[in-house]
Design a binder for this molecule. Sequence first.
Ligand code: AHG
Ligand code: MN
Ligand code: MN
Length: 323
Amino acid sequence: MVSLTRHIFEQQCFQPDGAEEFFTIMNRIVSGGKRIARDLRQAGLTDGLGLTDTRNVHGEQVRHMDARANELFVEAFQDSGIVQLVVSEEMEEPFPVAAAKETGKYAVFFDPLDGSSNIDVNAPLGSIFSIHCLDPNGRFLKPGCEQVASGYLLYGTGTILVYTCGAGVHQFTLDPVVGEFFLSALNVQIPARGKIYSVNEGNRYKWSKNMIKVIDYFHENDKETGRPYAARYTGCLVADVHRILLKGGLYLYPGEVRKPEGKLRLMYEAAPLSFVVEQAGGLGSTGVERISTIHPKTPHQCVPLIIGSREDVETTEQFLSRK
Ligand code: AHG
Ligand code: MN
Ligand code: MN
């Protein structure tokens, strides 16, 4: 049994002081994640379900557990000494960690709770994280290809953590009795092509003609290419992308004719998940460009997301680039 702590400590992809810093940041994420997993398990007994009366920067009504998960992650970084900035879906402005004003070298981006409409129905949820180094001038908005590490926790039948620091993708499962994550899959590889597509088809009337053709293509019957693909959609990006990571296929949240930027957020959804999927051999794309090369303009900007098996994403890109 290899614990996450030991695995991270043995990662070779950092310089000596970088390794220790990475260890510290990951431990904070893990402690926040474990507390979120605990609170989710008890949410039905502790008034943790339902909505608050506030809206976040995206205009979405915040749920009690969104707010709680955000609090837990912010708290986890209060005294790390090296994380200077926490950026979250649930905070309009980047949060400067006072204790790390001088010493902080890192910014951490979070979707504290992903798929939060699943809370009330006991369906899967996740947390997504992305770690960036701050530039000497304090610049923190950087393209995905400059991430130090990224990953997610998935609160499903079990709690798992998947991460990459640019040296493969590794999965850990929480032993709830011991309270520690242990390695459950080393060097995860995504199949080059899958049999599953994952999209909210209720939005079909909002899509471009080319996007409709993409989904029609995956519906067609063709034995040679394994079509039709099966549809799977949980409403939790982390859960849907995790299925695709392990089984192959593609997840799509495309742009819409009236909202070309789509719904998902670059810095704490699309970029970190694309880093994971690309490290496993897949692709993350907007349909016309790689997610990892987009230069962000704002912390909360949205992008279309087509992510998964390399061949499936490339097929989609071919449809979307047609005139
Ligand atoms: P969040 O709960 O962090 O706001 O994210 C919700 C996201 C994502 O988890 C999911 O894939 C997608 O929104 C679902 O959106 P639709 O309900 O529009 O399909
Ligand atoms: Mn989300
Ligand atoms: Mn969220």
